[in-house]
Ligand binder design. Structure first.
Ligand SMILES: [Zn+2]
Length: 356
């Protein structure tokens, strides 16, 4: 991709290092990961859509202009996901794009409510994502796990449906590990979702709500207190509350930071004002993520480049950052150790090659 919304302009050897670095991603949305290539395939299946099927026209359609345009593109892509086969194609092809970036493991945020609401049979939906997950692992070596999130703007009915789909043994998919809450924060207070998170946690899921992206630190406190968050999606405004930063650091509650997304949505005005450095200095475990990458003109590799600039990282620092995401993931200990070893081997190899 050439049209970066945020171009970190890191030296070539560092961007090459990032491109080959084995990575894990913890905050990335299913529909929001549909690249122009994938959308072209979907648009070719559904000719009545307003979305162009021609790749060049699509690339232009995807060029980020402002947040309203992002919502328009997002909804147009949602409209293209009409059948279980569309769901399968999207999921499998997203994994292919991840594998190309050396993403070994991803917790993909899926909003089953939107698809079920649009008339896709819930079991067929689960079969489609599971089928894609298994095929992606076999074909690309990328391990996918699911986070089912409540679309906050759709209210408590969506919370009820999402919770049922996430906890009913007859429908919940094998790859489901966590439970989230997305959508707007303004006018959508977190505490009202407490009973749904209680049910999801009782069913063995981990709590990972978005909080503090577009509202203040109190929303993060609410997510911790009422939703028993184990990780925070974004958490950007935590920077305004030293006590909260200390709490996150002390309790090892990681933040899922998505720098370009924050600029795109204007949660942060300029890259120089981004609080990533402040989080790191406060001892908070930070992870780097891409959120809705093609729609924000980015990908995970670019987000690592942005982080390298914000935190002034060299290869070793970037390897540590990649390991943060492994540590903060819900992988089992063996899975974590495997990716950590891969990161170490890769980094040592690259540094040795440079020294010789
Ligand atoms: Zn998000």
């Amino acid at each position: 991709m050439t049209d970066r919304l945020v171009d970190a302009r890191v030296p070539r050897d560092l961007s090459d290092f990032i491109a080959g670095l084995p990575k894990a991603e913890l905050h990335v949305h299913h529909v929001g990961s549909a690249s122009p290539r994938i959308v072209a395939e979907l648009a070719a299946r559904h000719r009545d859509s307003e979305v162009p099927a021609d790749p060049e026209a699509l690339a232009e359609y995807f060029t980020f202009t402002d947040f309203a345009h992002f919502i328009q593109v997002y909804l147009a892509v949602v409209d293209l996901i009409r059948t279980p086969e569309d769901v399968r194609l999207l999921t499998y092809e997203v994994a292919r794009d991840m594998a190309r970036q050396q993403i070994r493991y991803a917790e993909l945020t899926v909003t089953p409510y939107s698809s079920v609401r649009r008339g896709i049979d819930e079991r067929a939906f689960m079969d489609a994502i599971e089928d894609a997950r298994k095929a992606a692992e076999a074909d690309f070596g990328t391990v996918l796990r699911w986070c089912f999130d409540i679309p906050g703007e759709a209210g408590l009915e969506s919370a009820e449906v999402t919770t049922r789909l996430a906890t009913d043994d007859r429908v919940r998919p094998e790859g489901l590990v966590s439970f989230g809450l997305g959508g707007p924060e303004i006018g959508v207070p977190r505490p009202q979702f407490a009973p749904y998170f209680d049910r999801a946690i009782a069913a063995g899921l981990r709590s990972v709500p978005h909080a503090g992206e577009t509202t203040g630190p109190q929303t993060v406190w609410d997510a911790l207190t009422h939703l028993r968050a184990e990780r925070i999606g974004h958490g950007t405004s935590s920077a305004r509350d030293p006590e909260l930063l200390a709490h996150l650091a002390e309790h090892r509650i990681p933040l899922e930071v998505c720098p370009t997304s924050n600029i795109a949505t204007r949660a942060v005005r300029t890259l120089d004002e981004h609080p990533l450095g402040q989080f790191a200095r406060a001892g908070v475990l930070v992870t780097i993520n891409s959120d809705d990458p093609p729609m924000f003109g980015t990908d995970l590799n670019n987000e690592y480049a942005v982080a390298a600039r914000l935190l002034d990282l060299d290869e070793r620092g970037l390897a540590e950052l990649a390991k943060n995401a492994v540590e903060a993931s819900f992988l089992d200990p063996e899975g974590k150790a495997r990716i950590r070893d891969e990161i170490d081997t890769y980094t040592a190899g690259r540094l040795a090659a440079r020294a010789s």
